[in-house]
Design a protein around this ligand. Structure first.
Ligand SMILES: Nc1ncnc2c1ncn2[C@@H]1O[C@H](COP(=O)(O)OP(=O)(O)O)[C@@H](O)[C@H]1O
Ligand SMILES: [Mg+2]
Length: 368
């Protein structure tokens, strides 16, 4: 029996493709070039049959393929000790999935395989299947790690960009106004000694306007950072206020909002997730969609909170969003990551010319 392994040649590992056919992944070298071996096509056929049937397949001396009713997942007692084979195809099975087949063939006219070999081969195939599965899982984990690293990199740079934007806004708008305010106050101070009271009064009036503008701008910046309504009154009022501002900013679009109030407020982090998704989805509509109609729908079911943002714009292929602009594509990815982190689902339904719909569902955890 062992002799047959030593003389095994033309053996290989075949892996199953997505379409179910097998391809040679690794061929073991023949131990002598001159030996006559089972033709490769027969080995390939044996591998295919092993993959299709999930049991060990034997190739007889006549190159006929026989399905041996031998389940490699179980330990067998050899029954027919006289049956011998020129080659064997053993399915590689891990966690009930057939990944391919190990094919071993003996040199023609030498001692062929016999039934007792099957147990050993089956055990070997089990180990190999586990090894292949681990290698695949490792690859998946590695790829995910690369994607995560890229996401973190983009998030950090987006955060920096956001900080720059806020700093610029504060400097250019609010900072300028505060400077003007200080200069105005100095001018009033200079006039206080004179009797130009009317001039000083006008200045005070102007400066009050200026300070009100600065306050309004600061409010905008703060509400961009964290809408106070979200903490104070909850998601629906915060959404309503955001949609109002949005509609005022983009008068060319018609926005409708329908938001019901929950019997009980969602957890703060859930409210934040839904609010940020709405914000990103609406920003995307304004930036990319060329839409005329937008609808925002917030529904609270007993066990589910559902947010839907749809537009009648140009749409896009969600599987291949436009990444030609550097840093683009983070919005949708970030949205999905955020929702997934709190155990929800995020669907982006869109097609070129067919508008876009973003649907987020978060499970509502009942308060104990
Ligand atoms: N509502 C929408 N209508 C049309 N295209 C959209 C819409 N939302 C997203 N897209 C497309 O998907 C891409 C990725 O969006 P996103 O991840 O938010 O990145 P960004 O907005 O920074 O470009 C956008 O560049 C755009 O091409
Ligand atoms: Mg975006």
């Amino acid at each position: 029996m062992v002799g047959s392994f030593e003389q095994a040649c033309c053996s290989g590992i075949f892996l199953k493709r997505a379409d179910g056919t097998v391809e040679l992944a690794k061929r073991f070298a023949a131990n002598s070039a001159s030996v006559q071996a089972v033709p490769p096509a027969v080995l390939q056929a044996a591998a295919q049959r092993a993959v299709n049937s999930g049991v060990i397949v034997g190739v007889g001396h006549d190159e006929q393929i026989a399905i041996l009713d031998y389940d490699p997942e179980e330990v067998h007692q050899p029954q027919d000790r006289s049956a011998t084979f020129q080659a064997l195809g053993v399915p590689l099975i891990s966690h009930d999935a057939i990944m391919g087949a190990l094919v071993m063939s003996a040199v023609l006219n030498e001692q062929p395989f016999a039934m007792p070999d099957l147990n050993l081969l089956a055990a070997f195939a089990r180990q190999m299947a586990a090894f292949i599965e681990n290698a695949r899982l490792y690859k998946v984990v590695q790829e995910r790690e690369v994607r995560l690293a890229e996401l973190v990199r983009q998030l950090v740079s987006a955060q920096e960009g956001e900080r720059q934007r806020i700093a610029r806004e504060l400097h250019d708008e609010t900072g300028q106004k505060l400077t003007a305010l200080a200069m105005g106050l100095a001018a009033i101070e200079a006039r206080l000694g004179s009797d130009d009271l009317a001039g000083a009064k006008q200045l005070v009036h102007d400066l009050r306007d200026l300070s009100n503008q600065a306050i309004a701008e600061l409010r905008n910046v703060m509400s961009d950072l964290r809408p106070a309504l979200l903490d104070d009154l909850g998601l629906a009022p915060a959404l309503r206020s955001y949609v109002q501002q949005y509609a005022a900013r983009y008068p060319e679009m018609h926005v409708t909002l329908s938001a019901d109030r929950p019997s009980q407020r969602l957890l703060p982090e859930y409210e934040t997730v839904l609010f940020r998704v709405a914000q990103e989805a609406l920003t995307n509509v304004a930036r990319h969609a060329h839409a005329t109609e937008i609808s925002v729908l917030l529904t609270h079911l007993p066990d589910l909170a559902r947010l839907e943002v749809s537009d009648n714009g140009i749409g896009f292929d969600p599987l291949a969003p436009d990444r030609s602009v550097a840093g683009s594509g983070l919005g949708l990815v970030g949205m999905q990551e955020r929702v997934t982190l709190v155990g929800g689902t995020c669907r982006i339904e869109s097609a070129p010319g067919a508008g876009t719909r973003v649907v987020v569902e978060l499970p509502v955890i009942p308060d104990a």
